[in-house]
Design a protein around this ligand. Structure first.
Ligand SMILES: C=CC1=C(C)c2cc3[nH]c(cc4nc(cc5[nH]c(cc1n2)c(C)c5CCC(=O)O)C(CCC(=O)O)=C4C)c(C)c3C=C
Ligand SMILES: [Fe+2]
Length: 468
C-alpha cells in the first residue's frame, strides 16, 4: 500500500535520490511546507524564505493513511478535567444533551462594537499580565471602539452581519437528526462565546442527565475551545445541578477519519473546476493566533494544525491526488507577532514564484463566516490575482455536509460513556486572587504602571494596529 501510494507521488517529492516514502521525516516535513518545484530541497536546506521556515514536529504521526482512522478516531475525546474514571454505559432512561460551542458573531452592524467588546474582554484573547488584569475591560472598550469601523466594513460586505448563528443552528438540527438515526435521542444546544445565544444561557433545564460538549473548532486553541471551556467550568462550579451532571468534553477532533475524509472530499471536488487540476496548489489557510500562545502558554494549536494538514494530504494522496500544498495563517489582529507564515505574504510570494492556480482551503473552522466570505473570498482573492495567480478557487466550509455531521454524531456517541462530573473541590488561582489586600496593592502599582505605559509611543502605535 505504501509503495502504491508513493508511486503516485510526483517527482518533486523525491529528495536527492531517496523516495519520499522511504524517509518518513522528510515526508512529514514535505507536508508542512510549500511543495513547489524546489521547495522540498529548500526545506531540508534551511534556505527557505523567513516566512516559510519549517519546524520539525515531535508529533508521533502514523505512517500509513489507513492508520489514522483506527488509531486516532477517538483520540480527541477527553473528559474535562481529564479523569481516570471508568467509562459508564448510557442507560435507556438517560436524557442526553449535546452542547455545541462556537464563537458567535454580530447579527447586525449595530452588534459589531458590543460583540468586539465581549471578544477583547476575554482574558484568553487579550492576555494581560496578572498585574494589569483590571485593565481588561477598559482596554476592551478602547480596542472595540477603534476596531469597529474596520469590522463593520467587513460585515457590511457579507450582507450586514455574521451567518454564524444561522449555520450553527442548522448544524445543531442536522446533528440531532444524525444522532436520532443512530438511535440516540438528544437535545442539541448552541453556546456562543461572544454573542447570542451566550454559553451561560445555553443549558436549559431539560432535566439532562448526561452532557457532551462539542466545540465546533476541529483544533484546540486556548483562545477558542480553551476559553469556552473556562467559562463552562466556572458556570458548572457555581451551580449545584450542573456540578453533579456527568459531562464529556471533546477538546479536539481534527484527527477523526470522518472529518479528514469530508475535507478531502471537498478539496477533491473543488480541484475539478481548475483547467489543469493537478497543477493547482492546495493552499490551507488557518486562523492565526499570537506566537506567544504557542511558545509561552503551551497552546497545541500549531501542532494540531500541522498534523491535521498532514492527515488531509495523506488521505488525498491515497486517492491519487498529489498536488503541491502549503499552510499559512490569516486574520492577525493587533501589534504582536502571530503564527507565520502569514497568508497575505505567502500569496504574494507564490504569485512571484509563478504559481498560476491556487485552491484556498479554510481549515480552522467548519462554518462560513466573515473570514471565509470577506477575507478569503474578497481580500485574498484580489491580492492573489494581483500577484500573478490566474485561477483561483476556494473550498466551501463543511457547514452541514452529511458525512461531516454524521462523524460529529459518532464523536458524540464515542464520548457519551466517558462523561464524569466536573470536580468542584479545588481552589482555583482566580479564587486565590480574591485576596482583598493583595488586590489593592496590585491595583495601586498597576495603575501607576498603566498610566506610564499608556502615554508611551509604543502603546499608542499598538492601538493604531487594531485599526489596520
Ligand atoms: C485578537 C485576537 C484574536 C484571536 C487570538 C483569535 C483567534 C481565533 N479566532 C477564530 C475564529 C473566528 N474569529 C472571528 C472573528 C474575530 N476574531 C478576532 C480576534 C481574534 N481571534 C476578531 C477581532 C474578530 C472579529 C472580526 C474582525 O474584526 O476581524 C470569527 C468570525 C465570526 C463571524 O462573525 O463570522 C471566527 C470564526 C479562531 C478559530 C481562532 C484561533 C484558533
Ligand atoms: Fe478570531
Amino acid at each position: 500500500m505504501e509503495a502504491a501510494a508513493s508511486s503516485q507521488i510526483r517527482p518533486q517529492l523525491t529528495l536527492k535520490g531517496h523516495s519520499a516514502s522511504l524517509l518518513p521525516q522528510a515526508r512529514m516535513m514535505s507536508s508542512f511546507c510549500n511543495l513547489s518545484k524546489d521547495s522540498l530541497y529548500l526545506c531540508t536546506n534551511s534556505s527557505l524564505t523567513k516566512n516559510n521556515v519549517v519546524r520539525r514536529s515531535s508529533l508521533n504521526l502514523p505512517t500509513q493513511s489507513k492508520d489514522f482512522g483506527k488509531t486516532y478516531s477517538s483520540a480527541g475525546v477527553f473528559t474535562y478535567p481529564i479523569s481516570t474514571t471508568e467509562a459508564t454505559p448510557v442507560t435507556a432512561e438517560e436524557k442526553i444533551g449535546v452542547m455545541l460551542l462556537n464563537l458567535g458573531g454580530p447579527e447586525t452592524l449595530d452588534d459589531v462594537q458590543p460583540f468586539l467588546f465581549n471578544l477583547f474582554a476575554d482574558p484568553d484573547i487579550i492576555r494581560l499580565p496578572r498585574l494589569f488584569r483590571f485593565l481588561q475591560r477598559p482596554l476592551a472598550q478602547l480596542i472595540s471602539v477603534l476596531r469597529a469601523p474596520k469590522s463593520k466594513e467587513g460585515y457590511a460586505a457579507i450582507g450586514g452581519g455574521s451567518p454564524l448563528r444561522k449555520i450553527t443552528d442548522e448544524q445543531a438540527n442536522a446533528l440531532k437528526l444524525a444522532l436520532q438515526s443512530k438511535e440516540v435521542s438528544a437535545n442539541v444546544y448552541v453556546a456562543m462565546r461572544y454573542w447570542r445565544p451566550f454559553t451561560e444561557e445555553a443549558i436549559k433545564r431539560d432535566r439532562i442527565t448526561r452532557l457532551v460538549v462539542l466545540p465546533l473548532y476541529p483544533q484546540y486553541s486556548i483562545s477558542t475551545t480553551g476559553s469556552s471551556i473556562r467559562v463552562l467550568q466556572n458556570m458548572f462550579r457555581n451551580d449545584a445541578y450542573l456540578s453533579s451532571l456527568p459531562v464529556a468534553i471533546i477538546k479536539s477532533w481534527y484527527q477523526r477519519e470522518g472529518y479528514i475524509k469530508s475535507m478531502a472530499d471537498l478539496i477533491e471536488k473543488e480541484l475539478q473546476y481548475f483547467p489543469n487540476p493537478a497543477e493547482a496548489m492546495i493552499f490551507f489557510s488557518a486562523h492565526g493566533v499570537p506566537v506567544s500562545y504557542v511558545e509561552n502558554a503551551g497552546d497545541p494549536y500549531r501542532d494540531q494544525m500541522e498534523e491535521c494538514i498532514f492527515f488531509i494530504m495523506q488521505e488525498l494522496k491515497s486517492r491519487g491526488v498529489a498536488n503541491d500544498h502549503t499552510l499559512a495563517y490569516q486574520s492577525r489582529v493587533g501589534p504582536v507577532q502571530w503564527l507565520k507564515p502569514y497568508t497575505d505574504e505567502v500569496l504574494v510570494e507564490l504569485g512571484q514564484q509563478g504559481v498560476k492556480s491556487l485552491l484556498a482551503v479554510p481549515v480552522s473552522f467548519v462554518s462560513e463566516h466573515i473570514e471565509t466570505l470577506e477575507e478569503i473570498d474578497m481580500e485574498y482573492r484580489e491580492l492573489a490575482l494581483e500577484s500573478g495567480i490566474v485561477n483561483w478557487g476556494r473550498v466551501p466550509a463543511l457547514n452541514c455536509t452529511s458525512s461531516f455531521i454524521n462523524d460529529l454524531a459518532d464523536a458524540v456517541t464515542d464520548a457519551l460513556p466517558l462523561a464524569t462530573t466536573i470536580s468542584t473541590s479545588s481552589t482555583t488561582s482566580e479564587e486565590a486572587e480574591n485576596d482583598v489586600v493583595g488586590y489593592a496593592i496590585k491595583l495601586f502599582f498597576g495603575s501607576i504602571l498603566a498610566f506610564v505605559l499608556l502615554l508611551s509611543p509604543k502603546v499608542i502605535s499598538a492601538c493604531r494596529n487594531f485599526l489596520l
